[in-house]
Design a protein around this ligand. Structure first.
Ligand SMILES: Cc1cc2nc3c(=O)[nH]c(=O)nc-3n(C[C@H](O)[C@H](O)[C@H](O)COP(=O)(O)OP(=O)(O)OC[C@H]3O[C@@H](n4cnc5c(N)ncnc54)[C@H](O)[C@@H]3O)c2cc1C
Length: 389
């Protein structure tokens, strides 16, 4: 008889426990303090790397743990549930690490993967452009060949963590494919390259990770900065974007778990009607219970998407990665909303930190691909409806 296993393997359960312990040692207070004071989460990041948590998905021969996306997503979910939503995990080991591991040359893997795995090398990722937004087929950053070099010109926006990164994996198009459907060409661009400048974007969300607009003004790169084949097509990009969506789903689930725990604790202890805590009332209980159910649905979706990706079924993984990202974003927003409401006025104070989580949770609905673009994708590819955009 065929069985579907809905429990995680022992190793992953142990991995979760270990991450919970480490991230819990730092906790939400540490992350908020760093954000408030303009600091970073470097100590936590490096300790995560030293313990093998950041590179758990990368091949062992390049310093990784030899596991899969399901392991990396479990790490991120646990860190976020402990109050440390490490956004750069979505970018450096998941997107950049996966693309280099799957499409890079032997030299590129040796050069970049060990550092990504132990956390000493942080690689940001840049695809979004101001004039293209959700329509990546419209990006204009262009790579031109000049002898044995590449010359990159263009701009990117909302790129996370560039101030902490040594390089950015930039999605461009080649001179020959300047217009039309995107034929992505991926380049590792050092953040200290001549002609590369970054400008911080002032965000309303307080977090250690900052966002930047990038300008590339004839940035010269050696031939081996190109990762994969310039004619390789979209699959090379999706070798990173499917992991990004799975990780987005897991990150959102972790954040939802964190705020739900905080809200349940508060509901159990806050008493304003004689001896009964506010959590004794259905008006408080039901929204919390609903979030718990939505959370378990969303967690199952990212686990399924990751299992498909790890099994090598890129096509179906893509479908589920989108659904997982959608479900994660929704439950994260709903959980933050319910958590704030459960706290009454305290929900909006800086002391309780939930109002900031309310803003942070919106990220799951917007990035890396918006809720509406996922609905477009599912309507068209899963349901076979006509393309609407
Ligand atoms: C905190 C943060 C970090 C980020 N980090 C990175 C990063 O590291 N690297 C990177 O490359 N990008 C990053 N992004 C960018 C992110 O991926 C984009 O914001 C996202 O893809 C949406 O693009 P946009 O903001 O231009 O919105 P737009 O494309 O302008 O969309 C605006 C609204 O219109 C809706 N919309 C657009 N088209 C349609 C349609 N056809 N049908 C229905 N609705 C539609 C969208 O759903 C959205 O609600 C980050 C963004 C944020 C906020």
């Amino acid at each position: 008889m065929m069985t579907i296993n809905f429990t995680e393997p022992e190793e992953r359960v142990a991995l979760r426990e270990a991450v919970k312990k480490l991230a819990g040692k730092y906790g939400r207070e540490y992350v908020e303090k760093q954000a408030r004071e303009g600091g970073k989460t470097t100590e936590l990041w490096m300790e995560m790397g030293k313990n093998g948590f950041l590179g758990v998905n990368l091949p062992e021969e390049y310093g990784g743990g030899g596991g899969g996306m399901a392991d990396l997503a479990a790490v991120l979910e646990e860190a976020a549930a402990a109050g440390a939503p490490l956004l750069m995990m979505v970018v450096s080991p998941a997107i950049c690490g996966s693309i280099i591991a799957r499409c890079g040359t032997e030299e590129q893997k040796q050069k970049w993967l060990p550092g990504i795995a132990d956390g000493s090398l942080l690689m940001a990722f840049g695809i979004t452009e101001a004039d293209a937004g959700s329509n990546a087929h419209q990006i204009t950053t262009t790579a031109t060949r000049d002898g044995d070099q590449w010359v990159l010109s263009g701009n990117k926006t909302f790129i996370s963590g560039v101030d902490e990164a040594q390089s950015v994996l930039i999605v461009a198009r080649t001179e020959d494919a300047r217009t039309g459907k995107l034929k992505p060409a991926l380049f590792v661009v050092p953040t200290d390259a001549e002609g590369f400048t970054k400008q911080p974007i002032e965000m309303a969300w307080s977090a250690p990770e900052k966002q930047f607009t990038l300008f590339l003004d004839e940035v010269r790169l050696p031939a081996d900065a190109l990762v994969g084949d310039e004619d390789g097509g979209l699959w090379q990009l999706f070798a990173g974007l499917n992991p990004e969506r799975i990780m987005g789903g897991a990150l959102s689930c972790g954040m939802a778990r964190y705020v739900l725990d905080v809200a349940v604790d508060y509901a159990k202890t806050r008493t304003v009607w004689k001896d009964t805590p506010i959590g004794a009332h259905q008006g408080i209980q039901h929204p919390l219970a609903k979030v718990k159910i939505e959370l378990e649905q969303a967690r199952m979706l990212w686990q399924k998407a990751a299992a498909l990706y790890d099994a090598g079924d890129d096509f179906t993984a893509g479908e589920y990665a989108n659904m997982a990202k959608y479900a994660g974003g929704e439950v994260s927003c709903n959980a933050a909303d319910v958590a704030v409401h459960t706290h009454g006025g305290n929900g909006l104070t800086v002391e309780y930190g939930l109002a900031n989580m309310l803003v942070a949770s919106r990220l799951g609905r917007i990035a890396p691909v918006s809720r509406e673009m996922i609905l477009n994708f599912v309507a068209m590819h899963t349901l076979g409806l006509p393309k609407s955009y």
